[in-house]
Design a protein around this ligand. Structure first.
Ligand code: 5GP
Length: 181
């Protein structure tokens, strides 16, 4: 039986990646989509594992071929969900998760309204700013763009079906695991 799609969003720096890693431990059969992005890899990120890292021209082709379920520009780079692997896993009945930003989540809401939309929120805005600034992975321009975007994303939490506050990674992962179907 096809399973339902879960879309996890939340501002950059909230800890989506860490919570998803904990979720994978709890629910080993969850399938997490690997996005295509034009962003450069950060140290330790591997092509095909964390992202599929592509040139802008390749991303243009993915859009032209309608190969993306959704895509958005975020802080100067583009990110998108490859359509066919996600649909294949949903068809196979695997709990399927997309970890994407707000614009992409809104697109999925329009095209797949049955999906479950989960917002991961920080315990406080101050904590988010500290985490984002302390991560040290971004240039100051990119950091400024992410902070602006974080404010916009925080204001949209009400659009989501569920809000999970990331006080504690394992607790947040358990709450999301309970929502997967
Ligand atoms: P980062 O550069 O920090 O890895 O990701 C930046 C933002 O892009 C995060 O909010 C992340 O959730 C989002 N993102 C990652 N993959 C996708 C995707 O395929 N589509 C969209 N719309 N956002 C994505």
């Amino acid at each position: 039986m096809p399973s339902r799609l879960t879309v996890l969003s939340g501002p950059s720096g909230v800890g989506k990646g860490t919570v998803v890693a904990a979720l994978r431990e709890l629910v080993p059969h969850v399938w997490v989509s690997v996005s295509a992005t034009t962003r450069r890899p950060r140290p330790g990120e591997r092509d095909g594992v964390h992202y599929r890292f592509v040139d802008p021209a390749v991303f243009d082709e993915l859009i032209a071929d309608d190969a993306l379920l959704e895509w958005a520009e975020f802080a100067g780079n583009r990110y998108g969900t490859p359509r066919s692997p996600a649909l294949k896993h949903l068809e196979a009945g695997d709990p399927t998760l997309l970890e994407i930003e707000l614009e992409g989540a809104r697109q999925v809401r329009r095209t797949m309204p049955d999906a479950r939309f989960v917002f991961l929120a920080p315990p406080s805005v101050d904590e988010l700013v500290q985490r984002l600034s302390g991560r040290g992975t971004e240039s100051s321009d990119a950091l400024a763009a992410r902070l602006v975007r974080a404010e916009i994303e925080m204001a949209a939490a009400d659009e989501f079906d569920h809000v999970v506050v990331n006080h504690d990674v394992d607790q947040a992962a358990r709450e999301i695991a309970d929502l997967l179907g």
